[in-house]
Ligand binder design. Structure first.
Ligand SMILES: NC(=O)c1ccc[n+]([C@@H]2O[C@H](COP(=O)([O-])OP(=O)(O)OC[C@H]3O[C@@H](n4cnc5c(N)ncnc54)[C@H](OP(=O)(O)O)[C@@H]3O)[C@@H](O)[C@H]2O)c1
Length: 320
């Protein structure tokens, strides 16, 4: 560690990265107190260094390798997203003997083995609390349940689809509700990841991998798109006292785990039925603990930054 504190480097300074940088600017005393040592943000790599950002005064570079090669940086936070170049950058960070913290669910879900092997060989930590349910400490929760035999995991893991379902309850069509989700900033320009279930499948794959202690690849998750949902499905559910929600379910059978994501009916007064926006709800049934429920904000820059900083603080507490 440098005399100026444990150094952190950011790869990406978008919605999440900027929120992390603002937190370092606004609450460094709190972060240092929790870590038990000074922790400071050294630099951030971006695609376009000329872009205007609300990200404190962190120095920016267009060269992510400058972060990996910086001897002042001990922890690399990857919030670029996707697999390329994020995969090579995270593996490169391990080769440079840095710890890695990420919110990148796609990369963790698809490259579980390579990333864990990279961390193991480098004797560094890979942490990804922010990759599932953002601020909700569900990864820590799953890690603490190593002794239980899971039966069923059920979750609302994607806020965009929850928002669309709840808007359809007001009589909107799927297309109208999707347009509203985009206007409200919930859905991205290309909504495929959310409405076709890739995002929920990545998150479910990570949770199952943690519970089973081995990689459960997202291609093992059966995906049903939300695009097929009609206004009559939603009004029919309402007539039965139910609501349609985009649910992620893992059934841990005796022989094999079956995982699926897709629209399903739930009681209107259930926690899932009551959720209308980015609120995530995760329920685990197991042999030793009949029912555990986690709930809270599963998206947004600040909520995601909270989980990332929690990981950074824990690494700072543990590493020499
Ligand atoms: N947004 C959320 O609420 C949320 C919640 C949980 C998890 N996540 C995950 O967090 C990650 C980041 O999401 P986000 O919403 O913050 O994305 P974003 O707003 O699109 O930001 C991506 C950042 O990466 C930078 N970037 C892209 N390609 C790069 C490259 N080749 N080298 C260096 N920098 C590059 C971009 O630079 P420029 O700014 O210069 O374009 C931008 O700053 C994703 O994995 C996402 O799934 C997001």
């Amino acid at each position: 560690m440098s005399s100026r504190g444990l150094g952190v480097g950011l790869l990406g300074l978008g919605t999440v990265g900027s929120a992390v940088a603002r937190a370092f600017a606004d609450r460094s005393r709190r972060i240092d107190a929790a870590a038990g040592r000074p922790v400071r943000l050294v630099a951030a790599a971006v695609r376009d260094p000329q872009k205007e950002r609300d990200a404190g005064d962190v120095p920016v570079t267009a060269d992510p390798h400058a972060i990996l090669d910086d001897p002042e940086i001990a922890i690399v936070i990857e919030v670029i997203g996707g697999t390329d170049p994020a995969r090579d950058l995270e593996l490169g960070a391990f080769e440079s003997r840095k710890h890695v913290v990420t919110a990148n669910k796609e990369l963790v879900a698809k490259e579980w083995k390579a990333l864990h092997e990279g961390a193991r060989l480098a004797k560094r930590e890979l942490r990804f609390e922010a990759a599932v349910a953002a601020a909700v400490p569900v990864i820590a929760g799953m890690r603490g349940l190593g002794a239980v035999r899971p039966r069923v995991l059920r979750g609302l893991l994607n806020g965009t689809t929850t928002y669309i379902c709840s808007r359809m309850e007001t009589g909107k069509s799927f297309d109208e509700a999707l347009a509203e989700a985009m206007a409200a900033g919930y859905a991205e320009a290309d909504p495929t990841n959310d409405v076709d279930g890739h995002d929920a499948a990545y998150k479910l794959s990570i949770l199952v991998s943690l519970l089973e202690g081995r990689h459960f690849h997202p291609y093992n998750v059966r995906r049903m798109s939300l695009r097929g949902i009609a206004a009559s499905d939603v009004s029919g559910a309402a007539a039965r006292g139910a609501r349609v929600r985009y649910l992620a379910v893992a059934d841990f059978g005796e022989k094999a785990t079956k995982a699926r994501v897709g629209p399903e009916e739930l009681p209107a007064d259930s926690l899932e039925g009551q959720a209308t926006g980015p609120t995530n709800v995760i329920t685990l049934e197991s042999d030793l603990v009949p029912r555990l429920v986690w709930s809270g904000p599963g998206a947004g820059g600040d909520a995601t930054a909270s989980a990332i900083l929690g990981d950074v603080i824990q690494i700072a507490q543990r590493s020499a």
